[in-house]
Design a protein around this ligand. Structure first.
Ligand code: NAD
Ligand code: DAU
Length: 351
């Protein structure tokens, strides 16, 4: 069946994998990628599919309501997969306002445009909002986040994402807008901007720079290979039930320090360096303010309802990720010039 799907944030890390998957798997769909191209958006991520006839890129800002309404007027959009966001916790600590604007106001602009344009018939329409496990707060040693865990966001980033989740649900309850939300754990893989832990460490190892580990490196994250997240999004978009929430996780918890040591081991082998070379770069630095201790997702609902589970092991995913950054050194070089240097100095010099 032909459909036009608007994917927001498609030039970013996860969005670019989702766009590629939809463009290739559904040649009869028209895929519109709406992205503002902030520091995190990069059309290089989509070079391989940019000439496909079912793909179109539109540079627009979800914070500007008129731009969003115009796109909904110009195209008969059947579905939205909303990934555009400010996504980095550390940046939300230094500049929360940008997160409130994009993650909350931007989401409301999209909800309003969808509601207005679909108002005569919500049949076969879907607003699918991509969210994070961080809305559930922080776990101690025991337990997992389920879809029923009460929200307890603790950073400006997670508070802005929690707020957008509440608004999406409010539009479902108040206006019957067909919506789905999924909340995913930490992603890693090709094309991730080197402000996030794994690509930052890979980049620093390449250039022999210290690897900054916050606090004692005891915080725990549940890591999922980005292509498995894109697979889950595809499945949920097509088979998920309106009004439902689905948790997506890797069932793969790692203490930050153990993860970095594992990555160092892999990098030493790939770079032909003696074991222990890269781990010698580890440097403990001042902790992140309000640093959540542990995230761990229970994705049983998604397994039982739609049969999804991760397909890539962590060892395999890390190897593929390191290989990708080694093979795409020019991508990395392009994104770490200029503004990145300023960001890095501001973020790490006083730690
Ligand atoms: P990213 O920062 O790599 O990409 C975000 C994209 O959104 C960029 O292309 C950027 O240009 C675009 N964007 C930002 N502001 C915009 C605006 N005002 N208008 C239009 N486009 C704008 O983020 P990511 O890591 O790919 O995350 C994508 C989504 O998935 C986010 O909603 C994030 O909250 C969620 N998420 C991320 C993770 C993760 O581990 N990275 C995990 C769970 C959920
Ligand atoms: O859980 C899902 C979330 O995962 C997403 O919603 C966010 O968009 C995404 O950025 C990610 O958030 P985290 O804060 O968990 O990811 P980050 O890569 O920034 O950090 C991972 C862990 O590593 C965290 O405990 C902080 C720590 N860290 C991070 C950086 C950048 C360090 O120790 N040193 C660092 O330099």
């Amino acid at each position: 069946m032909n459909k036009t799907i608007l994917i927001t944030g498609g030039a970013g890390f996860i969005g670019s994998h989702v766009v590629r998957q939809f463009v290739i798997n559904y040649p009869k769909y028209k895929i519109i990628n709406l992205d503002k191209l902030t520091y995190a958006g990069n059309l290089e991520n989509l070079k391989d599919i940019e000439n496909h006839s079912n793909y179109k890129f539109i540079k627009a800002d979800i914070n500007i309501e008129s731009q969003i309404f115009d796109i909904f007027k110009q195209y008969q959009i059947d579905g939205v997969i909303h990934l555009a966001a400010e996504s980095h916790v550390d940046r939300s600590i230094t500049n929360p306002t940008e997160f409130i604007l994009t993650n909350i106001v931007g989401t409301v602009n999209l909800l309003n445009a969808a509601k207005e344009s679909w108002k005569d018939n919500f049949q076969q329409k879907l607003f699918y909002h991509i969210s994070t496990d961080e809305v559930y707060g922080s776990l101690e040693d025991e337990g997992y986040f389920t879809e029923n865990t009460p929200y307890d966001p603790r950073s400006p980033y997670s508070a802005s994402k929690a707020s957008s989740d509440h608004l999406v649900r409010a539009y479902y309850n108040t206006y019957n807008l067909p919506v789905i939300i999924s909340n995913c754990s930490n992603n890693y893989g090709p094309n991730q901007f080197p402000e996030k832990l794994i690509p930052l460490a890979i980049n620093n190892i390449f250039s022999g720079k210290p690897i900054p580990v916050y606090g004692k490196g005891e915080n725990i994250r549940d890591w999922l290979y980005v292509i498995d997240h894109a697979r889950a999004i595809d499945l949920i978009y097509h088979k998920g039930k309106s009004g439902e929430t689905y948790n997506i996780g890797g069932n793969n918890e790692w203490k930050n320090l153990d993860l970095i040591k594992k990555l160092c081991e892999i990098m030493d082998k790939k770079l032909g360096k003696p074991t222990g070379t890269s781990s010698g770069l580890i440097q403990f630095v001042k902790d992140r303010s309000g640093h959540d201790l542990r995230y761990a997702i229970d994705s049983t609902k998604l397994l039982n309802a739609l049969g999804w589970k991760p397909s890539v092991t962590f060892e395999e995913g890390l190897q593929k990720t390191v290989d990708w950054y080694m093979d795409n050194f020019s991508w990395l070089k392009n994104v770490i010039t200029g503004d990145y240097e300023k960001y890095y100095t501001r973020q790490y010099q006083s730690r």
